[in-house]
Unconditional design. Sequence first.
Length: 194
Amino acid sequence: MDFNREQHVDLRVQKTREAIKNTFREMICEMPAEKITVKELTDRARIHRKTFYLHYATIEALYQDMMSEIADGYYREMEKLKPPYSFKDMNRIFFTYYAKQGKFVERLICEPSYRPFCNQLHAATLQHNLDRYNPYADFSPEKQSMIHTFLVVSSLELYRQWIADGKKLPLEEVIELTGKLLDEGISGIIRKGA
């Protein structure tokens, strides 16, 4: 195969993959997860179902690919932090990064039907953070597991609540409040005053 033909094929593959992803983003913004099917997606993207399966084995594989892209962006932001860093620092990156992502990511995080995918992504991103720097490495594995679960659930639910409340609190105020909660717990908030 000559170089021009190979480049044309790669461009076509790229365009098809982008059409699939763009259509998928639109669908996520419009409907719950259970309504998204390969048939609906391929009809909207104006591609044949076989073409979809050349790129993704399942719709779940497409979810995974999209989640990986989101996670990679988050990882790049986290790489800017040099250990040791606090939960407040991690929380700032989390809220700042996800607040910039727009409706597609907001729906993935907040819409109940997408939560299993989102929870997997968030658990993986926190594990990525711990692999770089684990401030509670001296604790037993069981205690580390409990702390990790607390951080995953708490940060996601705090973000979801901010969205559910219509983002009425300014981002900086939310980051400060949630950072204190994660870093100091409720008693730290009550003792020092919000």
